[in-house]
Structures are given as C-alpha cells and as structure tokens.
Design a protein around this ligand. Structure first.
Ligand code: SAM
Length: 324
C-alpha cells in the first residue's frame, strides 16, 4: 500500500501516454504550443508498462490512460493489455477526445479497458469547432457510437462548461446522455497554463442547483469510479450527473491518485509542481526493488492540496502535459 504523509492511500495512477493532442481546446492547449516533449524523452510502452506493474505491486488498483490524446500513441492497446495482466488491478479506464475512437474502441475493450471518459463540450458543430479548433464533431460522434457498440461498462461524457460559450448547451447534453445511458461529468475549468487561467471562472454550484430542479436529481451516495466526481441521480430515469469542482469545492482531503507523464515523471498533484523523475533510473537498469523504493519516496512528497483558488497563476503547465 502507498500512503502519503497526510494518511491518504494512493491506489490510482493516471498515465499520460503522450503530451501531443490533435485538438487545441481553448482551456487546455494554446494554439501554436511549442512546449511538447520529443520522442526520445518519452518512456517506451515497455517502460510505461514496467512502471504500471510496479504501482500494481504497491497496491494500485485503478489505472487511467490519458494524455494529451492517448489514442495518438502507438502501442496503447498493448499497454492496456499489460496493465490488465497485473495481479490486483481492478479497473482500467481511458480519457479521450474521441476523434480516433471509431478505429480503436473494440481493441481497447478487448485489451481490458473497462470504462471511457469522452470529452465533448457541445453538440453544436460550430461550438465544438470554436472550442477545439477543429471541425471534429461528426468524427467524435462516430467514436462515441463505436464505443457504445464495443460494450464498455460505463461511458462518461466530460464537459467543461464555459460562460457564454457552451453553458447554454447543458440541457441538450443532459438529454443526449439520458438517451444513451451515459453519465454527464461537468468539470470546473482549472487555471492550468495561460489557457486554463483565462477560463477558470465558472463555479458549477449554480449550474448544479438549476439542473437538480430541472431533472429532479438527488445526491447519489454510492461510489462510481475512483475519481473525484460527486454524483446526483434522477430516480425517474436513472440519469446520473457527475460534478468535478476543484475550484468551488475542492476534494484534496480524499485525493487517492498521482500521475505519470509520458517523459517518466510522477506528478504528485495536478495543481502543484512537485514531481519525481523515474526515466534515468529505468534506463540505468534499476531493479524492481529500486523502482518500488523510488515510487514510495515520490509518494512521500505528495503535497497536501492544490492552490488553484489562492494562487491561480502558479501552474504554467497545461493540462495536456500531465493528463486529466
Ligand atoms: N485528450 C483527452 C481528452 O480530451 O479527453 C485526454 C486529455 S484531456 C487533458 C483530459 C480532460 O481534461 C478533458 O476532459 C478536458 O476537458 C479536461 N481539461 C483540459 N484542460 C482543462 C482545464 N484547464 N480545466 C479543466 N479541465 C480541463
């Protein structure tokens, strides 16, 4: 078991398999972004698998593959299968923008990925184009259809509501998720990088109140997944709404996760810079015992909480570098 200095058990690893993305969402990657890592800095799929195996040995039960856009990384399906082979692993999920999902959904499901989060901020084509910088809505909808057919245990739609941009689309997004049996996950924009900082102003608390009344939603006390969302459900039709509120109601006291970047750094908090590099150790042919110790030493550095509200300019790293 991995336990941090604040008594929190860390049993969830998110792996950013690449920092590259085919979209440029206005709250995430700036247009013309030049800060990407280069391929020789990336851990190989085998190295990513080795780190995942070490985390599994140390009690990690849940893994999420993310990015950047994870479906751009060759070997992703092999990595999912390798994680799935590790004893004790209970859940593998993936966060994707859906543009490449039609091609990969079936293979990912076969490799053991159980759940998907698909990012979709609107069902209006021009709005999606404005937010992502790409006319990708038809492709994403094809990907969502393929994911549904591939039989994932659960599909969540991630939406970042932005004032005056897509917050008028909430009812339509609820209706879409109800129709397809998806959970709608609303995420407060976080001040990560200049892009995130330009957008991190919408509290979801008033949005929640409005949606609760409109769709007759009650708090859902059960556990859904291993992430930070809180849930509301309609007794009438089972529709579930998830809220991730790092700005208006943070959840650091129950944080159970760390992130591994494509370049081999363990990021200990999304909202802090603390990190521990593993790549040199891996390339120096470290033993499993040395790798396990490096991971334990990293967890000992996990910060207590982020400072997104108190110190909104602190994190210059964009979300795509460490994964959502
Ligand atoms: N490319 C994949 C995707 O779009 O889902 C995975 C990576 S993306 C960084 C993961 C999630 O982070 C997405 O749902 C995206 O909406 C969210 N995200 C990106 N920047 C954000 C920000 N500044 N605040 C809140 N959520 C953000």
């Amino acid at each position: 078991m991995l336990t941090d200095p604040f008594g929190r058990t860390v049993d969830y690893l998110r792996i950013s398999v690449t920092d590259r993305c085919d979209l440029r969402c206005t709250y995430c990657l700036p247009k013309g972004f030049k800060g990407f890592s280069i391929p020789k800095e990336w851990l190989t799929i085998e190295e990513l698998g080795r780190v995942a195996a070490a985390f599994a040995r140390l009690g990690t039960k849940r893994f999420r593959l993310t990015g950047g856009e994870p479906l751009l990384r060759k070997g992703l399906v092999d990595l999912a299968a390798e994680i799935n082979r590790q004893p004790g692993v209970e859940d593998i999920s993936l966060t994707t923008n859906g543009t490449q999902l039609e091609k990969h959904a079936h293979a990912l499901r076969q490799a053991g990925v159980r759940r998907l989060n698909i990012s979709l901020d609107s069902l209006r084509r021009d709005c999606v184009t404005n937010i992502t910088g790409s006319d990708c809505l038809p492709q994403v909808l094809d990907g969502i259809k393929a994911a549904k057919e591939a039989g994932f245990e659960r599909i969540k739609i991630n939406m970042v509501p932005l004032k005056g941009v897509n917050d008028m689309d909430l009812d339509e997004m609820v209706a879409f998720c109800m129709e397809h049996g998806f959970i709608l996950n609303l995420i407060e924009a976080m001040p990560m990088g200049t892009t995130g900082q330009a957008h991190a102003k919408v509290s979801l608390q008033p949005v929640l109140e409005e949606l609760r009344q409109k769709f007759d939603l009650s708090p859902f006390e059960g556990k859904i997944g291993g992430g930070p969302a809180r849930y509301w459900q309609s007794e009438n039709n089972g529709f579930t709404l998830g809220l991730i509120t790092p700005m208006s109601q943070h959840f650091c006291a129950t944080c159970n996760r760390v992130r591994l970047s494509a370049t081999g750094n363990i990021h200990l908090c999304l909202g802090q810079e603390d990190k521990a590099p593993l790549r040199d150790l891996l390339r120096d042919n470290c033993t499993d015992a040395e790798l396990d110790q490096a991971i334990r030493d990293a967890i000992a550095m996990k910060p207590e909480k982020h400072e997104f509200v108190e110190n909104p300019k602190k994190i210059i790293r964009v979300m795509a570098l460490t994964g959502g």
